[in-house]
Design a protein around this ligand. Structure first.
Ligand SMILES: Cc1cc2nc3c(=O)[nH]c(=O)nc-3n(C[C@H](O)[C@H](O)[C@H](O)COP(=O)(O)OP(=O)(O)OC[C@H]3O[C@@H](n4cnc5c(N)ncnc54)[C@H](O)[C@@H]3O)c2cc1C
Length: 457
């Protein structure tokens, strides 16, 4: 679909929209007068110009978010319908992988394994990468607004991932939450937080390094345990007089922990302490103290993982489930489109279905979303997502690399009793850690990086 000059929304239309008003400050740099009063913001200039993306006179699918979901949706769409004009909008300059990052954290994997180029992905799969941040969407006019200008869509896929919700850890104040995030970053969103966490480890001399496991369907269920094992191994290897204190809100972890427990007992008895059933109710950043249902707990350093929520852009454009604490997307769990809008879809960790929030799930589901869209273009119906069962690996020892494995299947199944679809997830654990699973872990990551960035279509 070719964009025509003069057919875009007028500046007045844009400024009138409530969503646009909400981002004026951020995009135009509203200035604060002395004493904190905010002067009237200027309209954002980027809103009145068209983004520099090619238009080919064909249907355009715009994807927001170049993570494990968005990258694969883009690739699959081009594979299914090469004639489509696919634009992937991602605000980061470089992809950084959370999967396998715990190995890099302790110096056992080079950074080059985790970072990849969006330019490579777009070039090799014949789509366009727009390096921009999405600030608003006008679903009536089908326009996406970015800090690099606006563009129109025929179909839109939102895959923006997660944000943190510090209020559910008893830190509702934005200033305190920002301080907490910079002092003790969770490192569950890709990029800078991971680098800070690595620097923290490199400088850690002794004492308690605290990790938390939040409530709700948080990103990557076993990852805090994997991280605990990696950090404990690092302390052991470097003779650091320290211990990982892992506070888990669950009495029983929300995955089968046997293989991980066994590894902790065998390898890290002196370096990991796990306390279960700990609810975080407040955090005193200055005193390095967590207020919990089990009393105050102090630490020397930490990576505090709070509850997660759908990325804030969902709420900003009015498609978050505001009646639920996770603020995930309000979509049809079978057809993936936003309720009441069959041109806008949501995938990856921003989805509301209680699937594992994992890269392998986002990647698998992406092919399904791409097929729903192309089928819809061809006037065909599609059934629900049904996972055949996929392997998920958790590293428990870095040197030699050993992992445990889970076989997980997830999806929506038809329920004859109710005549509707119900969510199903099963997980089978392979208890023994092994080098073979360690190798499979690395191979899994590498093969998906290859698919998302380098392979021919
Ligand atoms: C330490 C750790 C270990 C993990 N290990 C594994 C593992 O071994 N196996 C596994 O399967 N999963 C693992 N995961 C989980 C996995 O990383 C996530 O489930 C996966 O990244 C989800 O993909 P996503 O595309 O939904 O979100 P993301 O990968 O977070 O991507 C979202 C993207 O959207 C972009 N974005 C957001 N808002 C905007 C906007 N307004 N404009 C433009 N761009 C925007 C963000 O910059 C980001 O790049 C792990 C996670 C962590 C933190």
């Amino acid at each position: 679909m070719q964009e025509k000059k003069g057919k875009g929304p007028s500046r007045r239309d844009i400024i009138r929209s409530a969503g646009a008003a909400a981002v004026l400050g951020a995009a135009a740099g509203a200035s604060a007068a002395p004493g904190g009063a905010v002067t009237a913001p200027r309209p954002p200039r980027a809103f009145s110009r068209q983004a520099e993306v090619p238009g080919f006179g064909k249907a355009r699918v715009v994807i927001v978010g170049g993570g494990w979901s968005g990258l694969e949706v883009a690739r699959q769409l081009k594979k299914l319908k090469p004639e489509l004009d696919v634009v992937l909008i991602e605000k980061r300059a470089t992809f950084f992988s959370c999967p396998l990052s715990n190995l890099w954290l302790v110096g056992k994997l080079p950074l080059e394994e985790l970072i990849h180029s969006y330019t490579d992905a777009a070039r090799n799969h014949d789509y366009t990468w727009l390096h921009a941040a999405v600030v608003d969407v006008d679903r009536e006019r089908r326009v996406v607004y970015t800090d690099e200008g606006w563009l129109t869509y025929d179909f839109l896929v939102l895959a923006p991932g997660i944000d943190y919700d510090y209020a559910r850890y008893g830190v509702p104040d934005a200033t305190e939450a920002a301080r907490l995030r910079s002092m003790y970053p969770a490192a569950f969103k890709p990029g800078s937080e991971h680098i800070t966490l690595r620097h923290k480890l490199e400088n850690f001399e002794e004492g308690i390094f605290l990790l938390t496991v939040p409530p709700g369907n948080y990103r990557c269920l076993p990852a805090p345990y994997e991280r605990a094992c990696m950090i404990a191994g690092y302390m052991k290897e470097n003779d650091i007089k320290g211990k990982v204190l892992l506070l888990d809100v669950h009495d029983e972890p929300p995955f089968k922990p046997d293989g991980i427990n066994e590894a902790i007992n065998d390898l890290y008895k002196d370096h990991i302490e796990i306390v279960r059933g700990v609810k975080v109710m407040g955090i005193d950043v200055s005193r390095r103290t967590l207020h919990t249902n089990k009393g105050d707990i102090t630490f020397d350093d930490a990576a505090i993982y709070p509850p997660v929520r759908g990325a804030k852009i969902l709420e900003r454009i009015g498609i978050a489930k505001t009646d639920e604490p996770g603020l995930f997307a309000h979509i049809d769990p079978v057809k993936y489109h936003v309720i009441g809008d069959e041109r806008v879809f949501v995938g990856g960790d921003a989805r509301p279905m209680p699937f594992v929030k994992a890269g392998f799930a986002a990647n698998y589901e992406a092919g399904h979303i791409a097929r729903i869209i192309t089928n819809q273009m061809d006037g065909k119906e599609m059934g629900p997502l049904q996972s055949p069962g996929m392997m998920c690996y958790v590293a428990v020892n870095a040197d030699p690399l050993q992992s445990v494995a889970f076989k997980i299947s997830f999806g929506m199944v038809y329920d004859r009793k109710t005549g509707g679809y119900v969510f199903r997830q099963t997980a089978q654990a392979f208890v023994n850690r092994s080098r073979a699973f360690g190798k499979a872990n690395l191979q899994w990551g590498r093969s998906l990086f290859n698919e998302m960035f380098y392979s021919a279509l």
